[in-house]
Ligand binder design. Structure first.
Ligand code: ADP
Ligand code: MG
Length: 726
């Protein structure tokens, strides 16, 4: 009987011919925002007063009263129904890592046997989903069992399928955040406050500052039939076994290569639907590994960009099924080839449209740039471990520091020319004094430099935090992670450093220095105290690891160890002072991280055991029996001849099967022991230290078997098929 693997390959080969990628024609600009209840729709459906109220809520976070909410709800309902929506839902991002929704129909039966469509302000503003199935890290025990979702007017409602989705935060009844969005909104508000204060040194007209985010999402595609017969891919998102394909990425022929038709059809449909949802997807290209791709939008306001990333992930999963694909968002689906990340490009923008991390056209703007630029470096210097902690996950552990992504060390790349300028500022200013010519020279010249970075001539692709000319690119974020965690961290860190900067500059001004000189003086101290975080060399090299150690920088490689930074005193003080998270909320998040980590490794370990005992070993023994039968028959016709090669294979199978068996038994009993550990911190660390090492040991033996067992019998789709057959 053919193995499931061959059945899957047969399904794949018998698929209908691929539709031409040139068949459909779309007008992208016209589609944009079609399914979003944005300002244009509001103008059409809302009264003037309600529109004004909502705009204020979006811009400065003003409260919306219930009359306005009723008006907005009614408008959303009329618009939604006209677009075919039958249901509405609060759409939120619990700490499970995916999005959550609970649909209610607009439809409402009446006493007289008729029915109407209804959606009221109170349903728009607040709902109470059953919170008990979402992770709360113990917050529910200490506080309240119930949780509620509350409307976030700064992210517009949209229609997904036949459902009107309303972006919301998710908090416990006593106000503790149970999601990704609520701390992010608080971080953005803290950033706004601090950054506006500093920006006003340079332009009194600035009223607010927002963070901008442009993410780049990497992923793999795999055929659905092959995926369905790989239990490891299906249940863990990654392959636990598999011999590397003879050809993979070594010819470098994939990166930016032409996208195959089947993928192009899929990506076009994703793009069309994404654009309708207001996600400004702009870029698509092949990545380094076979069947690996990247999609990136134009940057947006940070909160909106985060929602759009989550939404795109859901959209891609859904659309993939129609194309008989599965999308793998895991950080490392395949060993031996590149995994996937999600670069977060980050900057700050004033309400006047000025990018604060982009050098300007005149000396004043350049000094402004320098201030924000140096504060960003100082933020990573002061709170790098918190940033590292925000991107920790078991999947990301498999790629950080392995030569394809930065290690656990947080450093900042600024490029040769800006380094020179920072050094000049540091050396030249003494006690706030610098000659007027020197100041002008610095302020003028700094404006010319970043063009080099924008033009790609002075870039560094091995730095976790790289300045690219008009923004920073955070490069260690994993492909499955919700950008919120990283964005909450960096914006809070930046808010704190900007606040500190302003306090110190104001003190200098009070003590008699001119504003310019005061700014230069504080910049000088910030530059010099944060120097050790700057590194322009090869971030993937061994030398950097050693150098970083000498500089006293930490290199936390495993997420179970990185998580702890959240509940360190530095972190608690920072998040509490900036009013982003309380100690209790941070502790809850720490617990949730550990629980998730432990459960993920536990699931992987179970599947590994299951695959070995039920798939791999029976297959190997089956083949061994074939060889034994062969020898038996051969001996009947050729008595006396020793069957050397068959015997070697038979013995090898016997030895490896034995070894695998005993290792799996050992793994199971270790797991039992570790499961008894009551404290989650110790338990998660034990999973990392004493369970994970078995994975590689067992894999080594299994992969050896894959190499010798008859191809026809092997049950799991091989790497070459997963990566190339389609
Ligand atoms: P790459 O890093 O792939 O060479 P680019 O540097 O052109 O490409 O841009 C990468 C990403 O940076 C894009 O997704 C874009 O949206 C984002 N980006 C550009 N400017 C900003 C900004 N001011 N703030 C945030 N993100 C930005
Ligand atoms: Mg990039």
């Amino acid at each position: 009987m053919a193995s499931l693997r061959f059945k899957a390959l047969e399904v794949l080969m018998n698929r209908n011919p691929i539709e031409s990628e040139f068949e459909h024609h779309y007008k992208y600009a016209e589609l944009f925002g079609e399914n979003v209840f944005g300002i244009d729709k509001m103008k059409q459906y809302l009264s003037y007063d309600s529109l004004k109220s909502v705009k204020k809520a979006i811009q400065i976070g003003d409260k919306i009263d219930i009359r306005v909410a009723n008006d907005v709800a009614n408008a959303m309902k009329i618009w939604g129904i006209s677009k075919g929506a039958t249901h509405y839902t609060h759409w939120f991002q619990p700490l499970t890592g995916s999005t959550a929704e609970k649909h209610d129909a607009f439809f409402e039966p009446q006493h007289d046997g008729t029915a109407i469509d209804q959606f009221e302000g109170k349903n728009l503003v607040q709902q109470e989903p059953d919170a008990s199935f979402f992770p709360s890290g113990g917050l529910r025990n200490t506080f309240e069992a119930r949780g509620y979702t509350a409307w976030d007017p700064s992210s517009p409602a949209f229609i997904f399928g036949k459902t009107l989705c309303i972006p919301t935060i998710f908090v416990s009844y006593t106000g503790e955040s149970l999601d990704y969005k609520s701390p992010l909104l608080k971080a953005l508000s803290a950033l706004n406050k601090s950054a506006t204060g500093v920006a006003q040194y340079f332009d009194k007209e600035v009223e607010n500052v927002e963070a901008t985010l442009g993410w780049e999402q990497e992923f793999f595609l795999v055929d659905n039939a092959l995926y369905s017969v790989r239990p490891d891919l299906m249940l863990t998102g990654r392959t636990l076994f598999g011999v590397g394909s003879a050809k993979n990425q070594q010819l470098n022929d994939n990166y930016f290569g032409s996208i195959n038709s089947r993928t192009m059809n899929f990506l076009s449909e994703v793009e069309v639907e994404a654009l309708k949802l207001g996600i400004p997807v702009k870029t698509r290209h092949n990545e380094v590994a076979p069947m690996q791709f990247e999609v990136a939008p134009a940057f947006e306001e940070c909160n909106l960009a985060v929602d759009h990333n989550q939404l795109l992930i859901e959209l891609m999963k859904k659309i993939a099924r129609r194309h008989n694909f599965r999308v793998l968002f895991h950080e490392k689906p395949y060993q031996g080839i590149n995994g996937s990340g999600k670069h977060n490009n980050w900057s700050l923008k004033t309400n006047l449209g000025i990018n604060l991390l982009k050098p300007g056209k005149n000396p004043k703007q350049n000094l402004q740039f320098l201030s924000f630029f140096v504060c960003a470096i100082k933020a990573v210097h002061d709170y790098g471990d918190i940033l590292r902690s925000s991107m920790a996950s078991p999947g990301n552990d498999l790629r950080l520091g392995t030569g394809e992504a930065p290690p656990g060390i947080m450093s900042v790349f600024v490029g040769e020319e800006l380094t020179k300028k920072l050094n000049e500022v540091e050396v030249k200013i003494r006690g706030g004094k610098m000659s007027p010519e020197e100041k002008t020279e610095i302020k003028l010249n700094i404006g010319k430099i970043p063009q080099l970075l924008i033009d790609n001539t002075d870039r560094n692709r091995t730095s976790p935090f790289a300045f690219t000319g008009d923004k920073f690119e955070i490069r260690s974020v994993g492909s499955t992670l919700n950008c919120s965690a990283v964005m909450t961290a960096i914006n809070t860190m930046m808010a704190k450093v900007l606040k500190e900067f302003k306090i110190q500059v104001d003190q200098k001004i009070e003590s008699g220095l001119k504003k310019d000189e005061a700014i230069f003086e504080i910049l000088r101290t910030f530059i010099s105290t944060s120097k050790k975080i700057r590194f322009d060399g090869d971030g993937y090299s061994k030398e950097w690891e050693e150098e970083a150690k000498k500089r006293g920088l930490t290199n936390v490689l495993k997420s179970v160890h990185a998580y702890g930074e959240k509940v360190g005193e530095t972190s608690i003080q920072l998040f509490q002072e900036m009013q982003v998270m309380t100690r209790a909320e941070l502790e809850a998040r720490y617990t949730i991280n550990l629980e998730r980590y432990q459960k993920i490794i536990q699931i992987e370990a179970r599947i590994l055991g299951d695959l070995v005992l039920n798939h791999i070993i029976p297959t190997a023994l089956n083949y061994q029996t074939q060889l034994l039968n062969n020898i038996e028959k051969l001996q009947k016709v050729t008595s006396g001849i020793v069957m050397n090669s068959q015997m070697t294979t038979i013995e090898e199978i016997a030895e490896r099967v034995d070894l695998i068996h005993s290792k799996v038994n050992e793994l199971v009993s270790k797991r039992r022991a570790v499961n008894e550990i009551p404290q989650i911190e110790k338990k998660a660390k034990a999973y990392c230290d004493s369970i994970l090492p078995f994975f590689d040991e067992i894999r080594y033996e299994v992969d050896k078997l894959e190499k010798i067992v008859d191809d026809k019998l092997w049950p799991l789709p091989k790497y070459r098929e997963l990566l190339f057959a389609q």
